[in-house]
Design a protein around this ligand. Structure first.
Ligand code: SF4
Length: 375
């Protein structure tokens, strides 16, 4: 496939985009869970920044606060909070995504004494009473953001931000269509690299970046991959995993990952009610994460439908050691995908462990032989 010279992998937590924003006097609010409505942060004139570790493998400080039996991605992020890498943040939003994530934020807050810290309570059910509770919590978050930014979040400003992030999701679908072609014009590692960059941008700049990339790629000549793979699981910002898999000749034509395409499945807000109500409904109805109760069938259907649409030869369920949510989920997802005729490889790994990459590569090679791809 023709390559573009404009796409480079994000290497800096405090990147040039964020530096420029801060130099102009802007404030930055960190968050981690995709259930956090970035629209609210943007409407308050703040820059939303999704917490990432960008391959950091040093967890020495974090290991003093969290247990070694906690997810290594969360420990890698906490390390960057404690060692000062994230000192540019003006606030943090925690959710009860999973207990590991929560331990990360609570230790961060405890050690750094952040003056703008909000615990957004995201219900585990999608039903009327939990929707009202979530909306109430979003209202409290809105108040805090207004106070910290000295900007009133009007309905108009919130509607504008909702429209901005809806456009990001539309562009993501266009990008995904190029990735799902018989001869993909976009690889899985490129898509993940784009998302990582965009996860510290305002919606308008994210849309502009995606539009430029799509325009550059839409007339490119794609290559038929040795195998069409889908990757499922939690948040991973490790582009190198995708690169290693794709070096074997496969293309990750689709994913259902939390740092990945699952971040863009939020339903369009319903057309009536206040913007805050519509936002609450759009988010709570679109959390395709094993932390939700009684939602497995919807999550399974999303995964199966993605696999079908992208015509995958096989799926890899990739998760971090001690991630109990996805460890348990992987068992049932594997069963249901294999019943639907889609071979599955389940891989447990440590975050940013170079030794794991070689081990996993060997298993992916064997998997590709099993599904008929040449490795
Ligand atoms: S990878 Fe698993 S343990 Fe880590 S934050 Fe995600 S859901 Fe939680």
């Amino acid at each position: 496939m023709e390559t573009t010279t404009t796409l480079s992998r994000e290497t800096e937590i405090y990147n040039d985009y964020v530096k420029e924003w801060k130099d102009k006097g802007g404030k930055v609010v960190g968050y981690s869970c995709v259930a956090t409505p970035v629209e609210l942060i943007e409407a308050a004139g703040l820059l939303p920044y999704r917490i990432k570790a960008l391959g950091n493998s040093d967890t020495e400080l974090a290991d003093g606060e969290m247990s070694l039996f906690n997810c290594s991605f969360c420990r890698a992020c906490l390390q960057l909070g404690l060692d000062g890498t994230y000192d540019f943040l003006d606030g943090l939003i925690e959710t009860n995504g999973c207990d590991h994530l929560r331990a990360m934020f609570e230790n961060w807050q405890h050690r750094k004494k952040l003056d703008c810290f909000y615990y957004l309570k995201v219900p585990h059910f999608y039903r009327d009473d939990s929707l009202a509770y979530f909306e109430e919590n979003l209202g409290l978050l809105k108040g805090l953001l207004e106070e910290k930014s000295s900007v009133k979040v009007t309905d108009e400003a919130l509607d504008e931000a909702i429209h901005g992030w809806e456009t990001v999701r539309e562009k993501w679908r266009e990008l995904s269509a190029l990735r799902e072609l018989d001869t993909p014009k976009v690889t899985g590692s490129e898509a993940l690299a784009l998302e990582i960059k965009g996860s510290s941008m305002l919606s308008g700049d994210f849309v502009a970046m995606l539009s430029r990339f799509i325009a550059e790629r839409k007339d490119a000549v794609g290559t038929k991959p040795a195998a069409r793979l889908m990757v499922c699981g939690p948040a991973t910002d490790e582009v190198e995993w995708f690169e290693e898999i794709e070096r074997l000749g496969a293309v990750v034509v689709a994913d259902v990952l939390c740092f990945g395409s699952r971040a863009f499945v939020t339903a369009p807000p319903a057309s009536d009610g206040s913007p805050l109500h519509r936002l609450a409904e759009a988010y709570l109805s679109s959390i395709f994460c094993p932390r939700m109760y009684k939602e497995y069938e919807r999550r399974r259907d999303l995964i199966r439908e993605t696999a079908r649409r992208a015509r995958v030869d096989g799926a890899i369920y990739l998760y971090n050691k001690f991630c109990d949510l996805h460890g348990v989920d992987s068992v049932i997802v594997r069963r249901d995908l294999e019943e639907a005729g889609i071979p599955v490889l389940v891989l447990e790994k440590e975050y940013s462990a170079k030794a794991d990459i070689g081990r996993v590569k060997t298993r992916v090679q064997a998997f590709m032989e099993r599904i008929g791809g040449v490795a």
